[in-house]
Design a protein around this ligand. Sequence first.
Ligand SMILES: Cc1cc2nc3c(=O)[nH]c(=O)nc-3n(C[C@H](O)[C@H](O)[C@H](O)COP(=O)(O)OP(=O)(O)OC[C@H]3O[C@@H](n4cnc5c(N)ncnc54)[C@H](O)[C@@H]3O)c2cc1C
Length: 457
Amino acid sequence: MRSRIVTRAQPLRVARIQACAPITTTPTSTPFRRKEAAVQPRIQTQPQNRVFKELPLSDLVRTLSVLSVAALPAPLLSAIIGFVRRHSSSIVSSRILSWPIRRTFYKAFCVGESKSEIAANIATLRSRGINGVVLSFAREAKLDGSETNAAAGKEDLALKSWVASNIETISQVSSSDYIAVKFTGAGAKAVQAMQNFKYTDSTMVDGLKALKEGMFEVCEFAKQRGVKVMVDAESSLHQPAIDYLTLEAMAKYNTEGSALVFNTYQMYLKASLENLKSHLQIASSKGYTMGIKLVRGAYIYVEPDRAGIIQDTKPDTDAAYDEAVDMLLRGTHTTTEKPWTAEVMLATHNTQSVDTAMSLFRSRPAGKQPVQKLVFAQLMGMADEISMKLANDIKAISAETKANDVSVYKYSVWGSLEDCLLYMLRRAEENQDAAARSRVTAGLMLKEIGNRFAFWR
Ligand SMILES: Cc1cc2nc3c(=O)[nH]c(=O)nc-3n(C[C@H](O)[C@H](O)[C@H](O)COP(=O)(O)OP(=O)(O)OC[C@H]3O[C@@H](n4cnc5c(N)ncnc54)[C@H](O)[C@@H]3O)c2cc1C
């Protein structure tokens, strides 16, 4: 039987499902405010200014050079990004042009191309206290008209190749790791079916059958290898179908007391908190563990109805993110069925969100909680000071409490320079948006280099 799924683009449906199966929150829960969550951390954390002390000089210099490109004036950087995008194939095929990109941007943002290179880089991350990776294949779908009009035979090949590359990605990681799955990478036919999807229309649901079978094939292999499958959130055009497919996979694979499959919730969407609550209701009624990745959301600039669906301001998005964290970690949301359980990954570069969540998690009363473990994640090549500080704090916490319930992961992509180029351009653009944070990272790195050369001290 089909599950009843509330999709993000259908806030009215959220209300309808709630009316059928009311979801209640505890009467004592009050609206979340950032300052209310400022619980004192119980563990003494590492001083922030030496978080990079484990990094070799070559890594510091490389990251600084990448950050300095991101700090160029916006019009100049946009012109460079546009140029690279237009001439990507010539750049990749030229040894002179590709060499510096490979040594700087590729090394900063991508984990490698061959199995041995990927394994060596993951081992290096682990040696620095990072618990593992969320690995993604870098090749991204080109969603232009030519793809959607392509022939059906070719489309089946695209789906097959999507399944094969996800399976290959699973074989690159170990059992404590995750892979990231992007449904729009499954080819034009799949993307068209996702765009047509309406939960209420059985023909449109049937249109996703091949993609669902492909996803189950990926999950089956992941299950054998003990690797978790993290589904990325995308634009609201595709998200209802992504929610449907991911919940179907969770209902099949998250039934043994832990989560194999994770869905992503973009808290910049006004409907996300209600959506998340509805999905918790579905999970509890069907008796499976929810896998939840919380992000703020990366598609703000491509959403056609930005004002209608996205939070009005950045502080509103921050508040929504923190409210979801608060609800999950305190377990305040109740369902009419049996209590829900969830595994949670907080994918963010926001220091305040990380600190608040960590404090809240560590100060919870002892006893059975719906969320037993907390995982943080940052993108490779970004917010390294947050990842390294978390790694240090986690080490201190485990030494003191013997608990292993917090971890930090890096979301990393793999693939050839050509595959990774589009991904790197998106990261370069994002770094532009995150200029203030990049300055913090650069400042801490410069201080670390200064410390190493201050031989007179
Ligand atoms: C490991 C990892 C995995 C990720 N996976 C996904 C994914 O699957 N799907 C996805 O969409 N994103 C994903 N992201 C990106 C994420 O959604 C954010 O874009 C990015 O992390 C920046 O947000 P932040 O929480 O780090 O904090 P900040 O840098 O403090 O917040 C920036 C974010 O705030 C929001 N924002 C900015 N301005 C406004 C405004 N005017 N009004 C409302 N909101 C605003 C936007 O979401 C923006 O990205 C991922 C990020 C990480 C670290």
